[in-house]
Design a protein around this ligand. Structure first.
Ligand code: ADP
Ligand code: MG
Length: 687
């Protein structure tokens, strides 16, 4: 009998090599692959005649090759070209970096070529077509096809094959943790039905119902986890005493700019917290560029002046280093000489040891770092304040671990993710909330435009022009590399095409989430040091980095991103003195998409944008468009599923009230899930 805890290699056809690849995707057991949900779904189009293809879209063409494929070395990549004909018209097929594609062509026989069609010169060109036999293609049409996130060596078909063996086996599914009455009250599907539907949905509606169940689960577990991790909810007494506020006033007079009213208000709220009877536990929400770092600096300096240490934790090395430099320069501006310590994972053992020592000998040090701050070896001597920047990247437990480092310090979270207050109260129940709702006045507004792919050559020329003027540019693509069955731009192929199109001296770097952390940091650092002119990247650049010399943000397939996410991306430019530009390239030319994207044209207010985004989305829009980043839920979307979030909150509240230690036999599975969640959080901590 197959069980969800069985190792994945017990599945027929999964050998040692496949197992290793699956492990790399976080799949170890049968249960793991059941919850490895599709990233997207697609419906394969019916094959068309070449005369009927739609430009700038995915097409399936029934044709046969009309000449011998030729592979040439392009300037940087190999390019394989071949003509295909359906007897009436011809289309050119182009593959980058896959010369072996030749072996998959069967001259003289009809095949299906599936890929994106563009017009180059006067000719139709299909890029990176996937090749099917007529039969294999016919088997794919007429249903919703799951599209999984893949790694090299594991195909979409391979995952479907494995699942094909598991889905019919009921005992392989995890048991539903909820009692019947809860399921009825919330009108949610049994767990195994929901999982099964996610992998092979009958139609859109079935999918939507299945997704709802799983989103509920994520919220429920998250909120339950918070309840038990948070403890009793009593605020701890404040044992610290801080210097006079006059010190802060003095610093303010030395800054190169005046704080905005919103910054002043947040400074007041936080300093009042820190002088109150209990410890501060506060969330500061401030749009990108609203100036949160200076608030961190002021509070940290105030700690030093009062004889205490403070810590600022950032989600990436690059960001930590940037904060380190910024804070040093602010201290210099203010004529202060408190010790500043940097602690990151990539530092050598010797550098780390030096940092640890300084933490022991500097009772008034400002400590800045990454996750390395919560490692066992990092011991603070007099920690009074912990600040985490871009909080959504950290788990609840991680922020708790950091605040446990000292003897219960004050605690501040800074986030650029605009979450409406009502949601924030649920998601960060234990935190007070401040909002920085205005931007510094002296900014040069970013020039925005929303365009279609026919504008791309012009956009590329524009990138070239900006680079010639000494500036740098970002290009964002939704995907890392080409996968079967997808038309969206990917970093690898895009960078290849761009480097073919632009002059050789323009340096193009790539960045994506599959790279190791050190690799990412190296690329980002190189971009920061102006060693690359154009950075082609996935949305990993969205977190807080500051490259003031970057003046263009070009987002490909903008229609696939949530507006909040696009707003965050836009926040990467417009940080220096030069005029900056944001180009949203949309391949979907319908009224609804245009209306959504045009919100970005006339607003620069993250909260407004998030709420408009929500309004403009229809019920079928839950796929494809997602806001990444907000607490990293896999399926649930904090904005779209807000009503579900309140429902889960009520269930959790009632449950905890009725059965605080979850000892009722009806709750035994819920208790097990909770223990698993806590265990996972602890493992993630790596203490
Ligand atoms: P974020 O809130 O996105 O973290 P930062 O703290 O990085 O924003 O600030 C963005 C830029 O704005 C920095 O260059 C900072 O020096 C500048 N800045 C912050 N506050 C003000 C202000 N009141 N007036 C003018 N510039 C400011
Ligand atoms: Mg920031």
């Amino acid at each position: 009998m197959m069980r969800s805890t069985d190792p994945i290699r017990t599945i027929k056809g999964v050998g040692a090599k496949t197992e290793e690849l699956l492990n790399g995707m976080g799949v170890y057991t049968v249960g793991d692959i059941l919850s490895y949900f599709p990233r997207d779904y697609r419906i394969m189009p019916d094959p068309v005649k070449i005369a009927d293809v739609k430009e700038n879209a995915m097409n399936a063409v029934l044709a046969r090759t009309a000449n011998t494929p030729r592979t040439r070395r392009g300037r940087r990549v190999s390019v394989t070209v071949c003509k295909a004909s359906d007897g009436i018209r011809e289309i050119e097929l182009v593959w980058f970096r896959i010369p072996y594609v030749k072996n998959m062509l069967t001259p003289g026989k009809n095949q299906i070529f599936y890929g994106k069609v563009i017009r180059r010169g006067g000719n139709l060109v299909m890029e990176q077509p996937v090749i099917y036999t007529l039969d294999s293609y016919a088997a794919l049409t007429g249903r919703l096809l799951p599209v999984y996130a893949l790694t090299k060596g594991i195909s979409n078909g391979a995952i479907q094959k494995i699942l094909g063996q598991i889905l019919p086996e009921e005992p392989a599914f995890p048991q539903d943790p909820y009692p019947e009455d809860l399921r009825e009250r919330q009108e949610i599907l049994p767990l195994s039905d929901a999982i099964r539907t996610m992998h092979s949905p009958r139609d859109m509606e079935a999918l939507s119902i299945a997704r709802r169940r799983l989103a509920f689960d994520e919220f429920f577990e998250f909120l339950l986890g918070m309840q038990y991790l948070k403890g009793a909810g009593e605020k701890d007494p404040n044992r610290f005493s801080f210097a006079d506020r006059a010190f802060l006033e003095d610093l303010l007079s030395k800054l190169p700019y005046e704080l905005t009213e919103a910054q002043k208000r947040v400074l007041k709220e936080t300093t009042e917290d820190m002088r109150s009877d209990t410890l501060m536990q506060r969330l500061v929400q401030g749009d990108v560029g609203s100036g949160k770092t200076v608030i961190a600096f002021l509070l940290m300096a105030w700690c030093s002046k009062s004889g205490y240490q403070s810590a600022l934790m950032a989600p990436t090395e690059v960001l930590a280093k940037q904060h380190y430099e910024t804070i040093q320069s602010y201290l210099a501006l203010c004529g202060l000489s408190f010790p500043v310590i940097l602690l990151t994972g990539s530092m050598s053992a010797k550098e780390k040891r030096t940092a640890y020592e300084k933490m022991q000998t500097g009772p008034d040090a400002l400590v800045i770092g990454t996750h390395a701050l919560i490692q066992k070896k990092a011991v603070f001597s007099s920690l009074a304040l912990v600040i985490t920047d871009e909080q959504h990247r950290f788990g609840v437990k991680q922020r708790e671990a950091l605040s446990k480092k000292g003897d219960k310090p004050h605690y501040l979270v800074m986030s650029a993710t605009p979450i409406p207050r009502t949601l924030a109260i649920i998601l960060f129940g234990d935190l007070s909330i401040s909002v920085i709702d205005t931007l510094p006045a002296d900014r040069i507004p970013i020039k925005n435009c929303v365009v279609g792919p026919s504008y791309r050559p012009t956009a590329w020329q524009f990138l070239q022009k900006e680079v010639a003027a000494g500036h740098q540019c970002y290009v964002i693509c939704p995907l890392v590399e080409a996968t079967e069955q997808t038309e969206a731009e990917n970093v690898a192929d895009y960078a290849a095409r761009l480097s073919e199109a632009l002059p050789d001296h323009i340096r193009i770097a790539t960045l994506h989430g599959r790279m190791k952390a050190e690799e990412k940091d190296r690329v980002m650092e190189a971009f920061l040091q102006k060693e690359a002119d154009i950075l082609v990247s996935t949305t990993v650049v969205e977190v807080g980095v500051n490259v003031p010399n970057a003046t263009v943000m070009l987002v490909e397939n903008a229609e696939r991103f949530g507006l909040s996410q696009l707003h965050q991306l836009r926040g990467r430019v417009g940080r220096g003195d030069a005029q900056s530009y944001c180009i949203f390239m949309s391949t979907r030319d319908d009224e609804k998409t245009n209306e959504r994207l045009s919100v970005l044209n006339h607003s620069n207010d993250g909260f407004y944008i998030a709420s408009e985004d929500l309004k403009l989305r229809g019920p079928g829009d839950f796929l494809g468009i997602r806001q990444s980043g907000v607490l990293d839920f896999q399926i649930a979307d904090v904005y779209q599923d807000a009503p579900l979030l309140s429902k889960a909150q009520k269930e959790v509240k009632d449950l905890v009230e009725a059965d605080p230690d979850l000892s009722d036999p009806a709750h035994v599975l819920i208790k097990q899930r909770l223990d698993a969640v806590i265990q996972k959080q602890l493992e993630g901590l790596n203490l």
